[in-house]
Design a protein around this ligand. Structure first.
Ligand code: GLN
Length: 196
């Protein structure tokens, strides 16, 4: 069985936790900061952090267009929290100059959960993942306001969509990488493997 090489976009955010979770899910994981590094990976995780900063750094590092191109070309990508924001075709409550990569036909509202609760943990029923609900940490988390016909809702919390997949692109509002529950990463690694 081929072991996929999965990059973690390392411009900003909780990169290390994703590297650990991916390794636990049997992938080769490495940080990606430059276009040359992006060219060498089979797939990419976009971590949580601050999407406005990530967007600025992506422009500064000359990564915005290479990232958009790879997503358009069908590279598997998984975004958590700020990473989900980066994968939204449309963003609400973003900064005016904030860029996203797009990839999922969805409207994401930034900081949607953050106003009521700075941070909380919840058990999330996740379609396609066995063994009971996954642990999710929500930190100033976005939610998905609506999805297009080609996007599939995989999980909701409190009536709001918190996990979506469209083809090779996966996004969650929450951070499974902070819980030691690696099943969402394993789900993503399986997605990547299926396309190798
Ligand atoms: N934990 C997170 O990734 C928070 C996301 C952050 N609120 C943003 O807008 O990017």
């Amino acid at each position: 069985m081929t072991t996929p090489v999965i990059g973690v976009l390392a411009l900003q955010g909780d990169v290390r936790e994703h590297l650990i979770a991916l390794a636990a899910a049997d992938a080769v994981a490495r940080p990606v900061r430059r276009p040359e590094e992006l060219a060498e990976v089979d797939a990419l995780v976009i971590p949580g952090g601050e999407s406005t900063t990530m967007s600025k750094l992506a422009v500064l590092f000359g990564m915005l267009e290479p990232l958009r191109e790879r997503v358009r070309a069908g590279m598997p990508v998984y975004g958590t929290c700020a990473g989900m924001i980066m994968l939204a075709d449309k963003l609400l409550d973003g900064r005016e100059d904030q860029e996203t990569l797009g990839g999922i036909d969805m409207i994401v509202r930034r900081n949607a959960f953050g106003r009521q609760n700075e941070s909380f943990e919840a058990r999330i029923d996740f379609a396609g993942i066995d063994g009971g609900p996954v642990e999710g940490v929500f930190i100033r988390a976005p939610w998905v306001e609506s999805v297009g016909a080609s996007a599939e809702v995989l999980a909701t919390y409190d009536g709001h969509t918190v996990a979506v997949r469209q083809g090779n692109v996966l996004a969650t509002s929450f951070h499974p990488e902070l819980t030691g529950d690696d099943r969402v990463h394993a789900y993503f690694v399986d997605m990547v493997r299926a396309g190798l």
